[in-house]
Ligand binder design. Structure first.
Ligand code: BGC
Ligand code: CA
Length: 447
């Protein structure tokens, strides 16, 4: 199946690169899943552009616009409509996105919470009024992953209402009396009895300086919510663990109110022993690997699937139960796993490399290359405590010399200013502040 897609793609590559020769910004439709730009039939990059062959160093004679580029964690897309930014995803023949399957993960998160309610129905309704109340911390209302998670929770609990053909993902503010039109009261029938489920409150956790997914803001919000309707809160849900743990530590741990997050950061997994309800692993160990591996393959000018769907010479390979590749989106998506009291002991170290892809590449055939990589917010819990440590473990295994740039989570220019000298690097990995802003990076690489 995959083979077939690959060979169809090869034909497409030939056709497209012949017609769009020289215009890397638009030349790539859906090409080169199968090859680095110097391999296969990529005519437009056969001489001085695209990735280097093994003999010639990538730096020096490769133009920045032709160097491998991977967007990760924040997918180039319109922050109001969610529509993917195809120009950014197809910046050149060696451009990809690496993230995780947001809908599959969101569904898991919603189901995990619903399962918890069902299994603990005898004690979940703390004030015994027949209403199971929850509050929800929203990360970033313009981020597809955050939107998916809000929808996943509302869908599983029956609290979602439709808007433009999908579940409304807007924050409710407060809804203690159930009158909001953004959500509805859900109904759950458990053990022959019908319960109402109510989203009592939700808000985007954005601080005054503009940083989203802000853990401190969530810690403050639970303080406000609990002082006005604390007895009604039976469950705390969060778009991520950073905010979830902040609420847990500030309030729900003492109150023994189950709190659910996302990311499976080490501290959140450990907290499951103390009553944190559960989290979702987005397989950051697979994502961090893919982020650097696609760059490595493109730089080596070898089939992009090497060490991914196809074992490399060191034995690295991923099985298809941990990721999917969608060619038309130029995107690799890791698959998610629920982490609960049943299995959390298998997830205690979120920075551990994934065993099937932990073999060192030989420096003789994979010479060291320089990569520029940024983390949009150096204080983001997930990116700083899970993702970056993983990247730092893989960069050695893949012989990549990575410069890690940490942003402030608010200003794109704080990051783009530090991409002043792209000529010094062989490849780029970008984590944007705002998913609409790919053009500002592309402009720098196009100069
Ligand atoms: C993570 C969040 C993180 C965000 C940053 C998401 O995938 O779940 O914890 O804040 O990425 O972009
Ligand atoms: Ca109640």
């Amino acid at each position: 199946m995959r083979k077939k897609i690959i060979s169809m793609t090869m034909a497409l590559v030939l056709g497209l690169s012949l017609t769009a020769c020289g215009d890397s910004g638009s030349s790539s439709g859906g090409n080169s899943a199968s090859s680095g730009s110097s391999g296969g039939g990529d005519v437009s990059s056969s001489d001085n552009s695209g990735a280097s062959s093994e003999q010639e160093p990538a730096s020096g004679n490769v133009e920045n616009k032709d160097k491998p580029l991977v967007w990760f964690n924040r997918q180039p897309s319109n922050s109001s409509t969610g529509e993917l930014d195809q120009a950014a995803l197809n910046f050149n023949d060696n451009t990809y996105y690496v993230g995780f399957d947001a809908n599959q993960g969101a569904e898991l998160q919603g189901t995990m919470i619903k399962d918890y309610i069902e299994a603990n129905i005898d004690k979940i309704d703390r004030n015994g009024d027949g209403i199971i109340g929850y509050v929800l911390a929203i990360g970033d209302i313009g981020h597809n992953d955050s939107i998916a998670r809000t929808r996943g929770v509302r869908k599983a609990l029956g609290t979602g209402v439709e808007k433009n053909g999908d579940i409304n993902s807007d924050p409710v503010g407060t809804n203690a009396d159930g009158s909001s039109s953004v959500v509805q009261d859900g109904k759950l029938k458990i053990g022959g009895k019908e319960y109402t489920v109510r989203e009592l409150a939700s808000q985007e956790m954005k601080n005054s300086a503009g940083a989203t997914w802000d853990a401190a803001t969530a810690g403050n919000a639970i303080g406000t919510w609990s002082s006005s309707f604390g007895k009604d809160i039976d469950i705390v849900a969060s778009n991520n663990d950073g905010m979830g743990m902040s609420m847990f530590n500030a309030w729900s741990k003492d109150q023994k109110v189950p709190t659910f997050g996302y990311d499976a950061n080490s501290d959140a997994v450990a907290a499951i022993a103390d009553g944190y309800g559960g989290t979702i692993s987005q397989h950051a160990d697979v994502q961090a690997y893919l982020t650097l591996r696609v760059l490595r393959n493109a730089l080596d000018g070898i089939d992009i699937d090497t060490g991914i769907g196809t074992a490399d010479e060191a034995g690295n390979v991923l099985s298809d139960d941990v990721y999917v590749y969608r060619e038309e989106e130029r995107s690799y998506y890791a698959l998610n796993v629920a982490v609960t009291a049943d299995n959390y002991k298998d997830f205690t170290d979120s920075t551990k490399v994934y065993e099937p892809v932990s073999n060192q590449l030989d420096e003789g055939s994979h010479a060291s290359k320089k990569v520029w990589l940024n983390i949009y917010n150096a204080s983001d819990n997930f990116l700083s405590s899970t993702y970056q440590p993983l990247l730092q473990n893989y960069d050695d295994l893949l012989n990549l010399d990575v410069d890690y740039i940490g942003g402030d989570g608010q200003t794109e220019s704080n990051i783009t200013n530090r991409l002043g000298n792209p000529g010094q690097y062989d490849a780029f990995a970008i984590n944007m502040v705002k998913t609409d802003n790919a053009a500002s990076y592309m402009a720098l690489l196009n100069q």
